[in-house]
Design a protein around this ligand. Structure first.
Ligand code: CU
Length: 148
């Protein structure tokens, strides 16, 4: 009996954690939001990136900037050029290198047919390397985001 309770409690905790994780950015993912910062076609797939300034968003909504909150949220949408459909069953990861050399590794989460992850952008040119994998498709994209 006791064991069963622990199992249920663990399951509930996991569910709660998953729900919190999905809500990490606090933005409504139903409509693509943020600024479109890049579109590129690689390996038969169109990659579209959108960047959300989290602090600006918090200000607009009159919300407090939570301590430790990342400065930006980077969304990636992948469209198969042949079918014209979104590829929503892949995995995406970001490697962000700040001008000072600090490296952040972020595993993007699936959200709204795309992939999203919170990143800290330092002032200046931040290098971003994106790896995307879906089935037999592997894509590596590299670009810079300038944060003035
Ligand atoms: Cu997102």
């Amino acid at each position: 009996m006791f064991r069963k309770i622990i199992v249920i409690a663990t399951a509930l905790l996991l569910a709660a954690t998953a729900a919190a994780a999905m809500d990490h950015s606090g933005h409504n993912m139903k409509a693509p939001e943020g600024k479109k910062i890049r579109t590129v076609t690689l390996n038969g797939h169109r990659l579209e990136y959108r960047l959300i300034d989290m602090k600006e968003k918090a200000r607009q909504k009159g919300l407090k900037v939570a301590p430790g909150m990342k400065s930006h949220h980077l969304m990636l949408y992948v469209i198969d050029e042949k079918s014209g459909k979104m590829v929503a069953d892949g995995r995406a990861g970001y490697l962000v290198t700040a001008p000072g050399g600090r490296v952040q590794k972020v595993m993007a989460m699936k959200m709204n047919m795309g992939y999203g992850g919170d990143i800290d952008l330092a002032g200046g040119e931040n290098r971003v390397k994106v790896k995307f994998v879906a089935g037999g498709t592997k894509i590596v994209d590299e670009f810079t985001i300038s944060n003035q």
